[in-house]
Design a protein around this ligand. Sequence first.
Ligand code: TXA
Ligand code: MG
Length: 343
Amino acid sequence: MPTEVVRVDPKHPDARAVARAAVVLRAGGLVAFPTETVYGLGANAFDAAAVGRIFAAKGRPAHNPVIVHLASAADVGRVAADWPAVAQRLAEEYWPGPLTLVLPRAAGVPDAVTAGGPTVAVRVPAHPVARALIDAAGVPVAAPSANRSGYLSPTRAEHVLRGLDGRIDMVLDGGPVPGGIESTVLDLSGPVPRLLRPGPIGPEVLVRHLGALESGRGKPAGAGGPLRSPGLLARHYAPRTPLELAEESGRPRVEELARQGRRVGWLACGEPGLAPAGVQLLSLPRAADAYAAGLYAALHDLDAARLDVLVADLPPARPEWLAVRDRLRRAAAPEEPTQGSHP
Ligand code: TXA
Ligand code: MG
């Protein structure tokens, strides 16, 4: 299918363009749209066949559930069976925004959304285009990141098209997204809140609302059942070019690889100085928010340069860098043969 690209103003999206995209969603189609974190690939969350098309377009394993995006917290009851007091407090503080809450699912939610599991992940995004689209569609919108499964998340419409052109109906192109790292995923369905994916809202601020907070994906929900958070598989968000990480500066490793005649890309953090001869150098600011905003675009660009190997400086092991370091580690992790369904 040809993918229609519709440009929209990110702050004041044209209502007619949004209305057309909403019609596509209601008809069972797939629309990619900007959120404040990354671009999402949306379908009507109540339409199991449409959600199935998301998995087909992305090549996503069926055991990986998707986030349901809502127009406001008032809609949570349409998809979740329970709304604990702590969820209410977090929603008041962080919605609309990059916090995803995992809650017991409501009966009407298709299995495709939850991967057959007992929970559903929900968030209210802050981006004006996302909000306008969900509002106009009038239905909860299931949306993973708009990339082929396992690959880098998209922060611009051209990244979406690189992976999904011809596989989806429409892209609302609202330009580069402001955030650049996927939402924090917090599981509130168990006895103790669990951080399933670090993101823009850090554990140090969440614990203030929660008291206790566990982290990590925990045990699978049951033998053969869905993983607690399959997005926490070690390798994810990865470029095709092999990526190595270096604490502090990657310069020694970059120089060594260049001496071996390898074509090297270097993703530096801060001011790296001059690139060694023949090395493709990109640098991102040594400030966590600005770095996050540029991370995926930099990796997309280096990956498109057809190099032999990429080296990234790891930013400091401090709380504000937690999500960035998490994504870099996953991007650099070797393929997991036991989880082999990750294309
Ligand atoms: O910022 C974001 O979260 C973006 C934008 C588009 O909203 N979306 C996104 O979706 O990153 P996706 O599918 O790429 O990542 C969603 C993560 C995955 O790790 C998935 O396993 C987890 O959330 N997840 C979804 N539903 C879940 C559930 N019911 N229980 C546990 N984890 C869940
Ligand atoms: Mg994703």
